[in-house]
Ligand binder design. Structure first.
Ligand SMILES: [Zn+2]
Length: 452
């Protein structure tokens, strides 16, 4: 068995792979509500022809997670491929060049559709890698586990997290790849070893309503909110300093490997606000006020105003100190009472703080010492004929569930498509990228599972 055989097989079966991917894109798994079982059934059918048994774990209304294995021996080294089946809503269909579930092919080069990038393209490539290894009857010393999950776009509780706590629990995992899009164009494709967490906070100011013709006896909740917003930057002084897992200079060096020299990288960095902002976000926590709502009528003083603060945490940063800092700011600097719920007598003036959603960041501490990761890196460079690099992700993904509970800290993100294309109108992928990712996933699994 040679790797050349694998490459040749992929080149010969290209059309079949593209059709399989299109079928996945065409099946509705928009979350909410999910309907991921539609996708799971297509995967099951595709793998059936090659004798791979799949286990489907249904839940809710037409939702499901799926597991499939190369063999039934889990005693050797186990490699886990994880891809989510759900996609975000496409928004207004008329804004799309091609219908979002059409999987239209353009110029034999691009495939358009919701989920092509995030992440049915990578999911298809993972399924195909499993099928190729089975078809070729490769003798392996370990196992390849495919986990197609639901619910990633709404937090992953019922998807990856559920699988780890249930069917995957007794199975040891030695290395995991999640197929999120990691092309950070204009930078090349990255291998992601950590990601940020998030904290969505609702700030609600509660004042006293009244007729707007004599505002003095009321307490305008919009003005209260504006006092908070004006001082918001001061919470930085109250938040304990958190060190980024990869410090600024090191991070720059990691990116610089994709440039002809560090000098050239630094020169380009000076002229690229986008790249500066990426580096800034990977070495700092960030906060952004993203929504505001207040008032019920033109001539009524509003007694309530709500704003949403979107906080992004460093991979090792906790959310609690941020909440405490915000409360301190509102109490000490703005001068309002802070409560965790709004059950109070009418006429009371206060501010309510509520956490709407939160997720931890995660980071693979010892990634630099991993031979397997090094193999993966070299393979990507060979297949893509281009430099790749290690980086963190400003967003968040299911990797936290694998890394943080100690199940498999050696988890990376690597997939096809441009990260900025995810969730966007006219989401699309390059067919060439798709084929290359199939090669990377298949050959990596081949090497991982046959290495003595
Ligand atoms: Zn995704």
């Amino acid at each position: 068995m040679s790797e050349e055989l694998i490459i040749n097989k992929i080149e010969q079966e290209k059309e079949e792979y593209i059709e399989f991917l299109r079928e996945l894109v065409q099946s509705d798994s928009i979350n909410p509500p999910g309907n991921e079982k539609n996708v799971a059934l297509i995967i099951e059918e595709y793998l059936k022809s090659t004798g791979i048994k799949t286990e489907i774990f249904p839940f809710g209304d037409n939702r499901a997670n799926l597991l499939a294995y190369l063999n039934d021996n889990f005693k050797g080294k186990n490699l886990l491929y994880n891809g989510h089946m759900d996609v975000v809503p496409p928004g207004s269909e008329t804004d799309w060049k091609y219908p979002p579930l059409s999987a239209s092919i353009k110029r034999n080069k691009l495939i358009f559709g919701r989920g092509t990038t995030d992440m049915k393209g990578a999911l298809a490539a993972m399924v195909i890698a499993l099928k190729i290894l089975k078809d070729l009857k490769i003798e392996v010393t370990g196992n390849l586990i495919l986990n197609a999950v639901a619910d990633e776009e709404t937090g992953g509780e019922y998807g990856t997290r559920w699988c780890l706590n249930n069917p995957l629990k007794p199975i040891k995992c030695d290395f995991a790849v999640i197929g999120e899009p990691t092309d950070l164009s204009p930078l090349p494709k990255a291998i992601i070893v950590g990601e940020k967490g998030h904290l969505l906070i609702k700030i609600k100011t509660c004042g006293i309503s009244g007729h707007s013709s004599f505002p003095a006896i009321s307490k305008n909740a919009i003005y209260m909110m504006s006092e908070i917003i004006e001082k918001l930057d001061k919470i930085d002084d109250y938040i304990p300093k958190s060190e980024p897992p990869i410090k600024l200079e090191k991070l720059k060096k990691l990116i610089a490997v994709t440039f002809p020299s560090e000098d050239i990288f630094n020169r380009i960095l000076n002229e690229q606000p986008e790249m500066q902002s990426l580096i800034q976000s990977l070495t700092n926590y960030s906060k952004a006020l993203t929504m505001i709502k207040g008032g019920i009528k033109e001539n009524v003083i509003p007694d309530s105003c709500e704003a949403i603060l979107d906080v992004r945490l460093l991979p090792n940063q906790q959310g609690e100190p941020i909440i405490e800092a915000l409360k301190k700011l509102i109490r000490d600097d703005v001068g309002y009472i802070v409560k965790d719920d709004s059950t109070s007598p009418p006429g009371e003036v206060f501010v309510e703080i509520e956490i709407i959603s939160a997720s931890e960041g995660s980071y693979w501490e010892n990634w630099e010492e991993s031979d397997e990761l090094h193999d993966f890196y070299e393979l990507v460079e060979t297949i893509y004929e281009k430099k790749t690099f290690y980086l963190l992700l400003p967003g968040s993904a299911d990797a936290k569930y694998l890394r943080n509970d100690g199940y498999c800290p050696q988890t990376i993100l690597f997939g096809l498509g441009k990260a900025r294309n995810a969730h966007a109108i006219d989401e699309n992928i390059e067919i060439l990228d798709f084929i290359r990712v199939i090669k990377v996933y298949t050959i990596f699994a081949y090497r991982f599972l046959t290495k003595q």
